[in-house]
Design a protein around this ligand. Structure first.
Ligand SMILES: [Zn+2]
Length: 162
């Protein structure tokens, strides 16, 4: 789940919300994935709500929100819809398949091909990516040329490049 990697190809796991298969890369939509802390983390619930509130604006840039909580019920709200998908992962199988520790809270922003452009782990102060920046990143991804797309990560000291 590092920048530049692809979302892991996951099959054979069913969403516990209706048994739909989990196809992480199969939406042709840009993807904002938020793995919450285990059930009961109020800060994660607040952050998830912030992301849900962005859904119309994210959707206009081909972005979906995917929330992965302890159980789907923890995060399911009346606003869960085609743009916001909520998945329960009480047994941590999904996290395990993604190579994530069982109890970390992490945000991942990936493009429509599953390539990861931004990721952050909640620290002690529960700082993740500001929701406004989540929207900016999603906009930026949506406007990249698919033919010549490269990761725009500054590497090293460009002032020394001649
Ligand atoms: Zn949390």
């Amino acid at each position: 789940m590092d920048i530049g990697n692809l979302l892991p190809w996951i099959s054979g796991l069913n969403d516990d919300d209706g048994g739909r298969p989990l196809d992480w890369r199969d939406t042709r939509r840009n993807r904002v994935v938020f793995f919450t802390h285990p059930a009961g983390c109020a800060d994660c619930s607040d952050y998830a709500r912030d992301l849900m509130e962005l859904r119309d604006r994210l959707s206009s840039w081909d972005g979906d929100v995917w929330l992965v909580g302890e159980t789907a019920d923890d995060l399911a709200t009346p606003s869960a819809d085609n743009v916001v998908r909520v998945t329960g992962d009480a047994d941590r199988r999904l996290r395990q398949r993604c190579g994530l520790p069982p109890d970390e809270a992490r945000l991942v922003i990936a493009d429509r091909w599953g390539q990861i452009w931004q990721t952050a782990v909640a620290d002690d102060h529960h700082v993740l990516v500001d929701p406004a920046d989540v929207l900016e990143t999603t906009k930026w991804i949506a406007t990249q040329c698919p033919e010549c797309e490269t990761l725009d990560q500054p590497i090293g000291d460009w002032s020394s490049v001649r």
